[in-house]
Design a protein around this ligand. Structure first.
Ligand code: MN
Length: 211
């Protein structure tokens, strides 16, 4: 089985400036995201070794480490594609209508997701998600990468609020960072995820071409 790999980005590290400086994106992709990829591959090897040895005494810790790293990899795959140098503005069409239905207005969503993202205690993510059980949009507040999650939902738009995502540039003013993210949201990508999720497709779209 092929190991997990770090995807290439669709843009250069500096192209999300001035919202996110290139130094942050370079560290975030080449160090942080890369560490989640390595952590996933290493943990799967350790689980295989435990299975081969017939000794699952370490499986609880390994499963926790796998969940942390694989969810981190999955979320960062989406993070890079949820953003674009050509992003910003607002969604249109059925996604815009669904946002109006479930949040009152685009401004309602924006205020709610800003609050969700800005109040996480510790590291985590603010998420706009599709819930197939209720056939509706909801927001979610993920702790770390994988806690406080409703299992059936599909993330459509994810805001990384780990300190590594903003601290070099915004220092302790996390709310400014979160509010400016809206200027680089790739609504074409979010809309594609929305359409797939509503169609019952696994909305976790495959990562960008890998290299
Ligand atoms: Mn991150």
């Amino acid at each position: 089985m092929a190991p997990y790999v770090l995807p290439d980005l669709d843009y250069d590290y500096g192209q999300l400036e001035p919202v996110i400086i290139g130094d942050i994106n370079e560290l975030h992709h080449s160090k942080h995201h890369a560490a989640y990829v390595k952590g996933t591959n290493d943990t799967l090897e350790k689980i295989a070794a435990a299975r081969d040895a017939g000794d699952f005494s370490s499986i609880v810790g390994l499963e926790t480490t796998l969940a942390f790293n694989l969810a981190g990899h999955t979320l960062h795959n989406q993070w890079w594609r949820n953003l674009s140098p050509d992003g910003g503005d607002k969604p249109t069409g059925e996604l815009a209508a669904a946002i109006d239905e479930h949040f009152g207005s685009f401004d309602g969503l924006r205020a709610q997701l800003n609050a969700v993202s800005g109040t996480i205690q510790g590291s985590g993510w603010g998420v706009l998600a599709w819930d197939p059980i209720g056939s509706r949009l909801i927001t979610q507040q993920l702790k770390d990468h994988h806690s406080n999650l409703s299992i059936a939902t599909t993330p459509l738009l994810v805001f990384d609020t780990w300190e590594h995502a903003y601290y070099l540039q915004y220092k302790n003013v996390k709310t400014d960072y979160i509010d400016r993210l809206w200027n680089i949201v790739n609504w074409a990508d979010v809309t594609a995820r929305f359409d797939e999720a509503r169609a019952g497709v696994n909305g976790l779209r495959p990562p960008a071409p890998q290299g």
